[in-house]
Design a protein around this ligand. Structure first.
Ligand SMILES: O=P(O)(O)O[C@@H]1C[C@H](O)[C@@H](CO)O1
Ligand SMILES: Nc1nc2[nH]cnc2c(=O)[nH]1
Length: 301
């Protein structure tokens, strides 16, 4: 047994050995001829982003070896392979969260599968609450950066033995979100005439599942967060670690209360309703980003 395995034994049920990543990758590659270059991770209520793909091949998460299953409303739990114009893509209709009881290795499992399949770019989407006072419900925030709040407390997907086959022990995260892809997105947004509801900002991950108290929301504002959600950061961290290019789009589905006199109460149904309202524009945006980023073959990550 190698010394690292002895120091950090993985639980019997863990999916996170290289052999398991390989097994799932090979299983999927044997079931489909698709060889995706772009992966899209669809957040709460955003699974319809996959609807615009053609030549689809769909797998339910429960049928894929080692894959976790979705337990949250608005996360369909399907992996969809398909084409966006000439670009082979794979869509995750729903992703996984710490609050569901999954380990961060399970939450991020699909990202390493994408890497092994030959994916180069990951587009992550999520629903989040707006903290920046200028943000309105329905705004789309291009993620410029993030704060990994669970990571500060040791809930970090890269804790444990580092597998050099994926990436280095101490990865740089100061450029987690590709500048080129953010610029490209801003260009497309202005072409589509939707600059009035697209922003750039900093996303903060909390573990959930409760929404924030007012004191917590005020603290996040002071920390420099523009929006807050319960996902994405682990996937982005693992994607960046293994050299994938990342773009993050966060849909502001509600305004987070910073004021004790505010009567509105956030709930998950409202989150899903706003996601549905913005589906069409997000589909258009995602399609154009995918097509153009492949055409331009931007090389810097
Ligand atoms: O899965 P995402 O981050 O898109 O969804 C957010 C966080 C919770 O899962 C859910 C709360 O309504 O929305
Ligand atoms: N933590 C958190 N996650 C969200 N997801 C969508 N809205 C919110 C919110 O207000 N807070």
């Amino acid at each position: 047994m190698d010394p690292l395995t002895r120091l950090y034994p993985l639980p019997e049920s863990s999916c996170c050995s290289f052999e398991n990543y390989n097994l799932t990758t090979e299983w999927l590659l044997n079931q489909t001829n698709h060889r995706p270059k772009v992966a899209v991770i669809c957040g709460s209520g955003l699974g319809l982003l996959a609807d615009v793909a053609t030549d689809k091949k769909i797998f339910r998460y429960q049928d894929i070896p080692n894959f976790p299953v979705s337990t949250v409303a608005g996360h369909e739990g399907c992996l969809v392979f398909g084409m966006i114009e000439d670009t082979p893509c794979v869509f995750m209709q729903g992703h996984f969260h710490l609050y569901e009881g999954y380990s961060l290795c399970q939450v991020t499992f699909p990202v390493r599968i994408f890497k092994l399949m030959g994916v180069e770019t990951v587009l992550v989407t999520n629903a989040s609450g707006g903290i920046c006072p200028d943000f309105k419900v329905g705004d789309i925030m291009i993620m410029k950066d993030h704060i990994n709040l669970p990571g500060f407390a040791g809930q970090h997907p890269l804790c444990g033995p580092n597998d050099e086959r994926f990436g280095i022990r101490f990865p740089c995260m100061s450029d987690a979100y590709s500048k080129d892809l953010r610029r490209l997105t801003l260009d497309i947004v202005s072409e589509l005439g939707c600059s009035n509801y697209v922003r750039e900002g900093v996303y903060c991950m909390v573990s959930g599942p409760n929404f924030e108290t007012i004191a917590e929301a005020r603290m996040l504002r002071i920390l420099g967060c523009d929006s807050v959600g319960m996902s994405t950061v682990p996937e982005v961290t693992v994607a960046k670690h293994c050299g994938l290019r990342v773009l993050g789009l966060s849909l502001i589905t509600n305004k987070v209360s910073l004021d004790y006199s505010r009567e509105e109460k956030v709930n998950h149904e409202e989150v899903l309703e706003i996601s549905k309202m913005r589906t069409e524009v997000l589909q258009k945006l995602a399609t154009m980003i995918i097509t153009r980023c492949q055409q331009q073959s931007i090389n810097t990550h």
